[in-house]
Ligand binder design. Sequence first.
Ligand code: ADP
Ligand code: MG
Length: 407
Amino acid sequence: MKLKTLESANLSGKTVLYRAPYDIDTKEVNGVFEVVDDMRIWVTLPTLQYLLEKNCKIIILTYVGRPDGKVVEELRTTPHAECLSKLLNHPVAKVDDCIGPKVSEKISQMAPGDILMLENVRFYSGEMIDDDAFAQKLCEGKDLIVFDGFPQAHRIHASTTGIERHLPAVAGLYLEQEIKMLSSLLENPKHPFTVIIGGAKISDKVDAIRNLLHVADTILVGGAVANVFLKAEGRELGSSFIEDVFVDKMKREKKDWVEDARDILKQAESLKKKIMVPGDLVMSDGISTKKIVTEGVPAGWMALDIGPKTQVDFSNIINQSKTVFINGPMGKFEDERFSLGSRAVLNAMKNLTQNLKGETIIAGGDTIDVARKYGNLNDYSHTSLAGGATLEFLAGKELPALKALIE
Ligand code: ADP
Ligand code: MG
């Protein structure tokens, strides 16, 4: 996938609508809101610095959370503007709207090198339905779009696909880097290529698993996703969290994920690929007891982590890999007693990276959380900061907001 790059655009002195990936939660500290995490701001600094060098006027657009078309105080972009200003060491002005006269006035007062943060675009109901008149208003007074909103690129919203209908757009450096890294996983990974899938819900990941099956050599499955595969193999799972049947409320369709898992296992066999499910599990009865089982999980008990033997088996596969991608923790890691599985696979990935034996990629909000809780993101070759967009990209789907950015 070849993207239109910053270098290809004539940016000198232009008024840029910068679509930022700043969908970041806030928390109140001593009566003031702050972003809970600045990772998604850090990654945008190179693009913004580039635009500043080109004497651009930079107007930043993003959505935050789910305010559903209403003004929600804790979802304003003010903390995002403040955090950016600190990290970039440059003033960032804030306006409490994203369209209309207040915004036009602010833009008319901007000088080259000025930065203006617009208000949360989801305060308008036109955002989520990609309202065309609203999208046009978002573009008023700007010359072109620099798009770095990769975590939102799978959305058909006014601030993604909408604005791209009204202004020319190029990719920012952060988006370019995500696409480069994820494309290389699909197109030319070094083998053996191991994919590790965990987390809670198979419905989020099933399409990515199916697509990755064609390029990966081994898929290691843990977390509650493994429960569905274990059920497909006929194991008892007691009271474990298991997304076996799922009703799509919008489509009113019933989906049986165990059928999907069975189908994936069959397909793996015909493609001569290996799917490994946990051979042992750590379980709890919900009170304090923690036991290891190799057989099924008895009634009243829940599987909450991969067991010690599986930790060794998975680590051995990782040790022999040249590329390892992980999305989803191996257990309910928020409770330290069930974090050992995730820590073991992440540690094996870290060793692979540090010994320069292979490339490692981690993706997903909770996966990043557990990696940071017990280590450092620098322990891995790459981190993908998106959830849904990353999985849809790896599933081989076309992300709607990328269409306008392709050469
Ligand atoms: P990511 O955000 O990295 O994509 P997910 O959101 O898919 O990951 O999954 C993370 C969640 O999965 C965590 O909250 C974790 O507690 C949960 N989880 C993992 N294993 C289990 C399990 N065996 N039973 C219940 N929940 C689990
Ligand atoms: Mg998550």
